[in-house]
Ligand binder design. Structure first.
Ligand code: SF4
Length: 342
């Protein structure tokens, strides 16, 4: 396919600042450049949490809490080159909405980025479920990490939030099929998904899907649900920080192969009531601070994508000692075998 340059590309405000395209005050700098293919219209799909969904009435330039204004593609590519040479960014991430021609735009943008930056920077692409041929095209264009967001922790929640009950074209089975095909094409450890905590799943369902994903060698980026004005979930609440902390810890221990679903005890509502592994393993993980950092592709830190500066769900860097103290207090409310103390 001949490379055609899309005129515009969306850039997150934080990224635009790091690239020198905008000036905002950043409390934390992104270490990945977050971009999105540009489309002057709404997405074909209708995910209930998304500002860009077909029936949403939100601002189009919003993705979760972040704004993504559009810039001329050449300007962005030149700025990416400088930022990567100065080691201000360590990855480029292309996010997409679903519209006719999106895959061509994405393939072109990836090729142009590769041409400009050479091979030194990994490129992530996040799309809905696509065919094997299209996965192969994206790999040939230069994508290193492929992400197919499930967003939901269970089929039931998926159907409700981004499947047929949401009048959206997506199907749980198709997403899983693409994840597994992508794992064969891109290799173990180069395929991931996104999971949004707080869409109505139980903690049991979240813990179960973490285990399934890591058995399939698929990594996952955890997000805390963020209500957006103009979407059907605008009045939904964010998950409690305490529940999110427990799930971050379970996710990390699962990823590290220190914990299986059978090591967890749940109450009748599917809430975790006990973690039956050695206390010292839990303490080691908590003290490292790593479970509470942003997860996903390497060097993806997504500062304030789903949090306000005063209520942090994912830390965009290792938490400080003071922050770990606070995290321990949050966890102690939920892990009773520690007698309220970690
Ligand atoms: S985990 Fe981060 S870098 Fe990877 S696709 Fe998601 S937002 Fe992009």
């Amino acid at each position: 396919m001949e490379t055609v340059e899309p005129e515009l590309v969306r850039v997150s405000i934080g990224t635009a600042t790091v690239l020198g395209l905008d000036i905002t005050i950043l409390k934390e700098k992104p270490t990945t450049a977050y971009l999105q293919t540009y489309w002057d219209g709404r997405c074909i799909a209708n995910c209930k949490f998304c500002a860009q969904a077909r029936e949403a009435t939100s601002e189009m330039l919003r993705v979760a809490r972040a704004l993504y204004p559009a810039y001329p593609t050449q300007k962005v590519l030149n700025a990416l080159k400088i930022a990567s040479e100065k080691r201000r960014i360590f990855r480029v991430c292309f996010q997409t909405v679903n519209y006719p021609g999106m895959l061509d735009d994405l393939e072109n943008l990836v090729k142009l980025t590769r041409l400009k930056l050479g091979r030194r920077i990994p490129i992530s692409a996040s799309t809905h479920a696509i065919s094997k041929e299209n996965l192969e095209k994206l790999k040939d264009a230069g994508v290193t990490n492929m992400v197919i967001p499930l967003d939901a922790c269970s089929k039931k929640v998926f159907d409700e939030i981004k499947g047929f009950k949401a009048k959206s074209p997506y199907r749980w089975e198709e997403h899983w099929k693409t994840l597994k095909e992508a794992a064969k094409i891109f290799g173990d450890g180069y395929v991931g998904t996104h999971l949004i905590i707080g869409l109505g799943e139980t903690e049991f369902e979240a813990a179960k899907i973490f285990q399934k994903l890591y058995e399939e060698k698929i990594y996952c980026g955890l997000f805390a649900f963020t209500p957006i004005k103009g979407t059907p979930l605008a009045e939904f609440e964010k998950p409690s920080v305490e529940s999110y902390r427990v799930l971050q810890l379970i996710h990390y221990l699962t990823y590290k192969n220190k914990l299986k679903l059978k090591n967890l005890e749940f109450d009748k509502n599917g809430n975790i009531v006990n973690i039956n592994i050695e206390r010292k393993e839990i303490l080691k993980a908590v003290d490292s601070g790593k479970p509470f950092q942003t997860t996903g592709c390497p060097n993806c830190n997504r500062p304030f994508a789903t949090e306000s500066p005063t209520k942090i769900y994912n830390y965009p860097r290792l938490p400080t000692k003071t922050e770990i103290k606070l995290i321990k207090k949050q966890l102690a409310k939920r892990i009773p075998q520690f007698g309220g103390e970690l």
